[in-house]
Design a protein around this ligand. Structure first.
Ligand SMILES: NC(=O)c1ccc[n+]([C@@H]2O[C@H](COP(=O)([O-])OP(=O)(O)OC[C@H]3O[C@@H](n4cnc5c(N)ncnc54)[C@H](OP(=O)(O)O)[C@@H]3O)[C@@H](O)[C@H]2O)c1
Length: 339
């Protein structure tokens, strides 16, 4: 379906975009409108990017469901990931965290005013995007636009969870919950590349098979006991896997949590945490430096993202439905449509 969104009536129509216009916990796609919007004008210090590829994240779905995104910030163009060309024709990747490192004591993810692309500023499901010039990173030639568009949210989140938060080293054992997810698939591949012994869980036999193909030592059905207690758990699933994460962790081990797709309020089990001296660390987004470090690691190891499929922007509703149905393994890339 294509139509013009009421909020931009009267302005110059220039590009196709996928805009969140309303929110519903039960029918999120009802608020997703594919239509013409004006091309963006960059404020001073900001750059225009012609988007070639972007990718879908659960974050886009949360916005449509009304989770973590106040309705007064609608309408807004969705999309947190982007790779494309800057105004001088250079190939770039967009760092999606719009924030001031100084306000976060050197870490922009700790800036109280930080915003991920599509939270306060229009996102990347459009032909053009504007971001602060600082948020542009040169795209290496060895990475395709589609691959590059998978990195800014999912892969950097996994990178920060493993290396900045948990500080894993070769030989550590790492459990990754929900193997098929964008963040989880990245975490499996990154942890394997770092020399960790990796265990994974998934509800799907196919995704467990995939996890083993990516180098996991063992992939088991969600909730099944592991052969050993692990040093680190990478959690993005939440309620459905939390008690398994706690039970699978060795004394003194670390759970890093960056998401809770299946629910945010599992039993806390405080006795286990203090008695076994476990550490639970939250993690959100990444710094520009971490995205640059991730690129170096991928260059050194040859790692590439898992891409389930690529869809054109005008089929984005189908992409969202696949994500809602849990049908994806890894990332779904959205190709922008130049007109
Ligand atoms: N803090 C941050 O900066 C940050 C960044 C990125 C993502 N996130 C959050 O992290 C979560 C995952 O994001 P994503 O983009 O990786 O999403 P995704 O690609 O849709 O993956 C979600 C994964 O969670 C698992 N899952 C979902 N419901 C489940 C259930 N009921 N029981 C067991 N497993 C279940 C699934 O694994 P299987 O199908 O393999 O079982 C699925 O592959 C989201 O909540 C997202 O908002 C946070």
């Amino acid at each position: 379906m294509r139509c013009r969104t009421a909020a931009v009536v009267g302005q110059r129509w220039g590009m196709l975009a996928a805009t969140a216009v309303s929110q519903s916990a039960t029918d999120p796609l009802a608020g997703l409108v594919l239509g013409d919007v004006p091309e963006p004008e960059p404020p001073p210090g900001w750059s225009v990017v012609r988007v070639v590829s972007s990718s879908l994240n659960m974050h886009d779905l949360w916005t449509l469901r009304g989770v973590g995104h106040p309705p007064d910030r609608l309408p807004i163009i969705l999309g947190c990931d982007a790779a494309g060309y800057d105004e001088d024709g250079n190939e770039v990747i967009v760092h999606p965290v719009i924030a001031d490192p100084d306000a976060g004591r050197g870490d922009e993810t700790l800036d109280p005013g930080r915003a991920l692309l599509s939270e306060r500023h229009n996102g990347s499901f459009a032909e053009y995007l504007t971001v602060p010039a600082r948020n542009l990173i040169p795209k290496p030639s060895w990475l395709s636009f589609d691959e590059a568009a998978c990195l800014p949210v999912a892969w950097t989140t996994a990178y920060r969870m493993l290396f900045t938060q948990a500080k894993i080293t070769a030989g550590d054992s790492v459990l990754v919950q929900g193997a098929g997810g964008g963040v989880a698939s990245a975490a499996i591949k990154l942890a394997v590349a770092a020399g960790a012994v990796v265990y994974a869980t998934s509800r799907s036999e196919d995704k467990r098979t995939q996890a083993m193909a990516w180098g996991a030592r063992l992939a088991v059905p969600t909730g099944e006991r592991l052969p050993e207690r692990v040093d680190v758990v990478i959690e993005t699933v939440g309620e459905a896997t939390w008690s398994h994460s706690m039970r699978s962790l060795r004394p003194g081990g670390t759970i890093v949590i960056a998401g809770a797709t299946s629910g945010v309020n599992p039993p806390a089990d405080l006795g286990r945490i203090f008695y076994l001296q476990q550490r639970i660390l939250g993690s959100t987004g990444c710094t520009r430096s971490e995205l640059v470090a991730l690129l170096k690691l991928m260059d050194a190891t040859g790692l590439r993202p898992v891409i389930d499929r690529t869809l054109p922007l005008d089929e984005i509703h189908k992409g969202f439905q696949l994500m809602i149905d849990g049908q994806l393994t890894g990332k779904l890339v959205i190709k922008e449509i130049a007109r």
